[in-house]
Design a binder for this molecule. Sequence first.
Ligand SMILES: Cc1cc2nc3c(=O)[nH]c(=O)nc-3n(C[C@H](O)[C@H](O)[C@H](O)COP(=O)(O)OP(=O)(O)OC[C@H]3O[C@@H](n4cnc5c(N)ncnc54)[C@H](O)[C@@H]3O)c2cc1C
Length: 595
Amino acid sequence: MSDYRPPVSDMAFILEHVAGYPDVAAMPGFEHADLETVVELLKECGSFMAEVVAPTNRVGDTEGAKRLPDGTVTLPAAFTAAYKKYVETGWGSIPFPEEFGGGGFPHSVGLAIQEMMQASNMAFSLGPLLTQGAIDALLHYGNQEQKELYLPKMISGQWMGTMNLTEPQAGSDVGALQTKAVPRDDGSFGISGQKIYITFGDHELAEQIVHLVLARTPGAPLGTKGISCFIVPKFLVNDDGSLGERNGVSALSIEHKMGIHGSPTCVMEYDDATGYLIGEENLGMRIMFVMMNVARLSVGTQGLAISERAYQQSLDHALTRRQGVAIGATGTDSAIIEFPDVRRMLMTQKAYIAALRRLMLFNAVQMDRSTNEPDAQARARAVEIVGLLTPICKAFGTDLGTELTSIALQIQGGMGYIEETGAAQHYRDVRIAAIYEGTNGIQAADLVGRKLGVRGGASFLEFQATMRGILGDLTAAGSDFDSIREELEVQFDALEKATTWMLRTGVGDPNAVLAGSSPYLRMWGLVLGGWLLAKSALAAASLGDAEVAHGQLVLARFYAEQLLPATSGLLGAATAGARDLFALDADEFAGLVKR
Ligand SMILES: Cc1cc2nc3c(=O)[nH]c(=O)nc-3n(C[C@H](O)[C@H](O)[C@H](O)COP(=O)(O)OP(=O)(O)OC[C@H]3O[C@@H](n4cnc5c(N)ncnc54)[C@H](O)[C@@H]3O)c2cc1C
C-alpha cells in the first residue's frame, strides 16, 4: 500500500468553493471540463500517482542518477517502468491543446495533477515539468512546422524536453550568457557553449530529448536584449519525424546534490550542435517570460506538494509513537500527538499546507481566466493578478516547503534525522525549489521591481481592496468568525502600510525597496493565506455539512490567530530601508572590527 494519500477532496473543495473553477469550466474551450468530470479525473490520477509513482521515491533517492564511463546517463531503474505507465495513461498530456494530442483541460487541472506527481516523487516529476516548459515555449513561439514536428511527441511524453539557461557566469544574471549560435546556409544554427545544472539534461527514459537553449547570435546586443532561443534535439529529426543521427550535444558530467538524487542535473556541452531558431532572433527573453509564470507556479507547488507528503508521514508517526503520559491521560504512555507542542507542529503544517493549496489553485484559475475569459477587460485583469501572485506562490510556497518539511522531521525526532525513514529526504529534496526557476530573492525583486509599478500601484491596491471585501462577510457570519475578522483587519492594514511605503519610496530610493522586498513578499503570502482560508471557512459554513464547516473554521481560526500575526511583525523589516544593510564594510562583516 502507498504511503501517500492524494488530497483530492481538498482540491475538489477548493476548485468549487474557493478558486472559482466553475466559472472556468463555463468558458469557451473548456466545455468538456466540468467540475464533476475533473474531480473524477483527479481521483483516478491520484490513485495512479500513489500506486505507481510514490513507491519509486525512496528507491530513487538511494539509487540516484548516474553517468556511466561511456557517457550514458542512467536513472533509477524504477523510474523506467513508472514513466512508461505515465506515458501510456496520458496524464502528462491533460492540460495541452487537443490539436496536438493533449486533453484540452484548463491549466488549473494540470496543476492539481502536478501537485500529486511532485508529492509522489519530486525528482521523477522534474522531467515532465521541464518538458512542459519546452512545450509552452513552442506553443507560443514555434512556427507551424516546428509545432507539428515536436509537439505531439512531447505532449504524449514519448519525447522529453529541457530548458538550458544557466552557465557558470550566468545564473540569476541570465543576460551574461555566452553560448554562441552561428547561422548556417541551410537556415539552421551551429550552437557552441557549455550549460550547467541542466535538469534531465541526459537520460534514456525517453527516446529523444528536445533541448531549448538560450544563445547569442553574432553581433547580438549585450545583456538580455541579445538572447535568442533554439531547439537543439539530442537526435536530429528526419522530415518524416523519425530519429536521425546524434546531434553535437552531450552531458559532460552530472552533479552530486543535496537532494532530488533521481533527477540528473547535467553539465551540457554543445559542440557546433544543430539548432533551430524559435521565433525571431533576440526574442529569447520574451519567450522565457511566457513560460516563467507557468514554471514558477509549478515550482511553488513543489513546496506545497513535498510539505503534504512530509506532513502525512509525520502525522502517521505522531499517531503511533508513544512517549510519556500526556496531561489527563490514563495508562502508562501516550501517543505523542497528545502533547500540545506536537499538535502545534501538526496544526502549523496543516494550516500552511491548506493556505498554499488554495493560493496555488487560485492563481492557476487566474491563469485560465487570463487565456480563456471571453471579456477582454477581465482577461487583462487576470493577467495582472497572475503577475502579482506568481512570485508570491513561488517564493512563499518554497520557503514554506523548507520550513514545513523541517517541522515534519522534528515531529519524528531521531527517526526523522536518520535516512531510513525518508523524512530527511523530503527536507533535502524540497530545498532546491527556493533556488531554481529564479531564486526567492529574485522573486521578491520581481514583486517590487516589475509588478508593484503596474498602473502606478493600482493593480496591487485593487487586489488589497478585493481582499478587504471579506470583512463584511465575516461580520455577517457571526461570532465564530470574530477573531478571524479582527486579525485579518489588522494585517490588511499592515500590508497596506507596507505597500504605500513601497510605492512612495520606490522612485527615489529603489535600493530601500529592494532591501525590504523579501519580508514584503512574505507579508503578502501570509495575508493571502489568511484571506483564502477565511473564504474557505465561510463557504464551508454555508454547505450544511457540520464536519466540513468545523474543519475549515478551525483551520482558518488557527491560521488567523497563530500564523497570520507574523505579518505585522515583518512591517519593520519591509520598510526599514537599506541603511543598516550597507552600514558595515567588508572587514566589519568578517568580524574584523577595529576597536
Ligand atoms: C538542481 C538544480 C537544477 C537546476 N535546473 C536548471 C535547469 O534545468 N536549467 C537551467 O537553465 N538552470 C537550472 N538550474 C540553475 C538555477 O536556475 C540557478 O542555480 C539559479 O538561477 C541561481 O543561479 P546561481 O546558482 O548562479 O546563483 P547566483 O545567481 O549566483 O545567486 C546567489 C545568491 O545571490 C542572490 N542574487 C543574485 N543576483 C541577485 C539580484 N540581482 N538581486 C538579489 N539577489 C541576487 C540570489 O538570490 C542567491 O541568493 C538548476 C540548479 C540546480 C541546483
